[in-house]
Design a protein. Structure first.
Length: 270
C-alpha cells in the first residue's frame, strides 16, 4: 500500500500531451507502445504497483482479469484488490482496498476521476476481493557469480642488449678538450691598458679640438637641434666644460691610473 500511496496525485493531462508517469505504469506492465494517458488505466496501475512490490500481475489492461488472481477473500482487507462492475461486461474497475465500512469500501486506485486517488465505492458494486499469495511473488533473479580475477601476468623481462664488439686496434675516443680562451695575465695590467687608452683618447680630443667642435656643430645642424643645443652649450661653456678641457681631464686621469697601477703593484682593482 505504501508504494501505491506514494503515487497519490498523479493525474491525466488534458489534450494531446500525455502524463509521463501514467505512461510509465504501462511500460512497467509490458505495454511499451502506449502513448496516451486517456486509455482506461485502472488495471495498469494495479499491475504496476504489484510489480514494484515484487508480485506478478495479470499482464492485462482489463479490470476483470483480476477476478482469478491470487486468493479469494470473503470480506475486504486493507491491501487486497477489489474488482467492481462498471457498465456491461467485460468492463469493470479494479483498485486496492484502503478502508471499509458496513456499506462502502475506500479504494486507492488509478483512473479514479482521471487521477490516482482514494474514493469511496458502494460494497454492492464489488464483485470480488483478491489477495496476492506467495505463489504470485516474482522469481528472484539468479545470482550472478563474478568470475575470479586472473592472476596478474609476470612482467616480461626485457632481453639483454649485447655491447657492440670493440675492434682490437680501434682508437679509444676521448671527449674533446674545452677550448682555451685567452685570459689577462693580471688585473693590474688591464687597468694599466685602460689608463693608457683613456690618456691617448684625451690627447686626441685636445689635438683635434677644432675637428670635434665642427663635427658636433655639423651633426646638430643636420638633426635640426642646434637651436635647442645653444643654451646647453652656453651653460657648459660657463662651467668650463669644453672639448680641450674634457680632453685634458681624460689625459690626466688616464695617466694617473696607469702610473698608479705600475708604481703600486699591491693595489686591488675596483
Amino acid at each position: 500500500m505504501a508504494i501505491a500511496e506514494a503515487e497519490l496525485g498523479v493525474r491525466e493531462i488534458a489534450g494531446p500531451r500525455a502524463q509521463e508517469r501514467i505512461l510509465g505504469y504501462w511500460k512497467i506492465c509490458g505495454h511499451t507502445h502506449q502513448s496516451s494517458d486517456e486509455v482506461p488505466w485502472c488495471a495498469i496501475f494495479v499491475g504496476a504497483m504489484l510489480t514494484l512490490a515484487g508480485y506478478n500481475h495479470t499482464k492485462s489492461a482489463m479490470a476483470r482479469s483480476y477476478l482469478n488472481y491470487g486468493r479469494k477473500l470473503a470480506a475486504p482487507e486493507v491491501g487486497c484488490i477489489a474488482i467492481l462492475t462498471r457498465g456491461k461486461p467485460p468492463s469493470g474497475h479494479v483498485a486496492f482496498v484502503a478502508g471499509a465500512s458496513a456499506t462502502h469500501v475506500l479504494l486507492l486506485g488509478g483512473n479514479q476521476g482521471d487521477a490516482v486517488k482514494s474514493v469511496w465505492f458502494s460494497r454492492k458494486d464489488v464483485i470480488g476481493y483478491r489477495m496476492p499469495t506467495a505463489l504470485d511473488r516474482l522469481a528472484p533473479p539468479e545470482p550472478v557469480t563474478p568470475p575470479e580475477p586472473e592472476a596478474p601476468a609476470a612482467p616480461a623481462t626485457p632481453p639483454e642488449t649485447a655491447a657492440p664488439p670493440v675492434a682490437v686496434d680501434a682508437p679509444v675516443e676521448t671527449p674533446p678538450a674545452a677550448p682555451a680562451y685567452p685570459k689577462l695575465k693580471d688585473a693590474k695590467e688591464s687597468w694599466t691598458v685602460t689608463g693608457v687608452l683613456t690618456a691617448v683618447f684625451g690627447g686626441l680630443l685636445m689635438w683635434l679640438n677644432d675637428v670635434v667642435t665642427l663635427a658636433i656643430t655639423f651633426s646638430g645642424e643636420i638633426l635640426g637641434i642646434m637651436g635647442q643645443l645653444a643654451p646647453v652649450r652656453t651653460l657648459l661653456g660657463n662651467a668650463g666644460v669644453t672639448v680641450p678641457n674634457v680632453g685634458f681631464a681624460m689625459l690626466a686621469a688616464g695617466a694617473t691610473v696607469a702610473l698608479h697601477r705600475r708604481l703600486f703593484k699591491d693595489g686591488k682593482p675596483r
